[in-house]
Design a protein around this ligand. Structure first.
Ligand code: SF4
Length: 307
């Protein structure tokens, strides 16, 4: 049955579209990589069946359809979190990180129709998984020059689509997911994108993190915290959560962080992770939170002991 968002009115008009979004790993939990379009694919994976049987097949998986868990209990917030948040805002006040100018909320053709803008918001999120903002932004510009609409992408060959989005990470799998998702949008959603997290998560390659970010970017509705690797890493370093996966980080954060801060936290932490709290060698000495952050306190002690 063809579903439309007209049956269920959009939560809000898109004129209130909010800021940034970031990447991540929904479409990347597949084996894919590097080589340029036309190069032999290395998406294959060897599996064994029986004693000697080796079978090679292409693995194309979307993120498991993780149910969207609503926060039901409120944990006690971590000590000093409000001061830490204020310091983060201070360190990010210049808004000069890559995410500020090339994040997924900066990748749409604002002159297009609302449906096309929403489609481009979803595509930019799919491309952004495990990919630098600069690369995602450049790929979206190429797609827009080509014609980034549902109908046009369906008419585009996989080969050409691959050439357009290369060199985003996992580009081969992203071509497959974009094509399958675009077909579903055409056949089941009248060419628009779904307007709930639950329905967005049914699209190939779209998981909860991407869905929450898409709701914010495309529909202007905050449904949850978008947790990518930056948010996951920094929230753990700060002692805001103790979690193994971005999805667990999202649940833990939503358990105590007041909802009015959900909208800003992704953008704030992604830019902070790009500029100061990098994955390797975070600049703790320059961080305003280095006396409040457990990771920073330890790092500073070690650094002082070595001097
Ligand atoms: S003190 Fe270091 S680890 Fe902690 S938030 Fe600042 S840069 Fe990151």
């Amino acid at each position: 049955m063809k579903r439309t968002n007209k049956e269920k009115p959009p939560p809000t008009d898109r004129t209130t579209r909010s800021k940034r979004v970031v990447d991540q790993s929904e479409v990347s939990n597949v084996e894919d990589s590097g080589g340029a379009p036309g190069a032999p694919s290395n998406t294959s994976k060897v599996t064994r069946k029986g004693r000697n049987a080796k079978r090679e097949h292409v693995t194309v998986e979307s993120e498991p359809e993780t149910p969207v868990v609503k926060s039901v209990k409120k944990k006690n917030p971590p000590k000093d979190w409000e001061q830490v948040l204020a310091n983060l805002r201070e360190m990010r006040k210049d808004s000069d990180a890559p995410v500020d100018s090339m994040g997924c909320d900066k990748c749409q053709d604002e002159t297009a129709s609302p449906e096309v803008i929403r489609y481009q918001a979803l595509l930019s999120l799919m491309l952004s998984s495990q990919t630098k903002d600069q690369v995602t932004h450049a790929a979206m510009l190429k797609l827009q020059q080509h014609g980034c609409t549902v109908d046009n992408i369906l008419e585009t060959s996989d080969q050409q689509l691959g050439e357009l989005i290369y060199p985003v990470s996992f580009w081969r799998n992203k071509v497959k997911f974009i094509k399958k998702t675009t077909e579903m949008l055409k056949n089941e959603w009248s060419g628009d994108i779904p307007n709930t997290v639950e329905d967005l998560c049914k699209l190939p390659g779209v998981g909860p993190k991407m869905a929450h970010l898409c709701m914010k970017t495309a529909w202007g509705v905050v449904t949850g915290i978008g947790v990518d690797t930056h948010v996951h890493r920094i929230a753990n370093r700060l002692g805001w959560v103790k979690s193994k996966s971005p999805e667990d980080t999202r649940k833990e954060l939503e358990d105590w962080l007041p909802k009015e801060h959900w909208s800003e936290v992704n953008h704030l932490l992604v830019g902070f992770g790009q500029q100061i709290c990098q994955p390797v060698k975070p600049q703790c000495a320059a961080c305003l939170n280095n006396t409040l952050c457990p990771f920073g306190v330890t790092t500073m002690k070690k650094s002082n002991a070595n001097h």
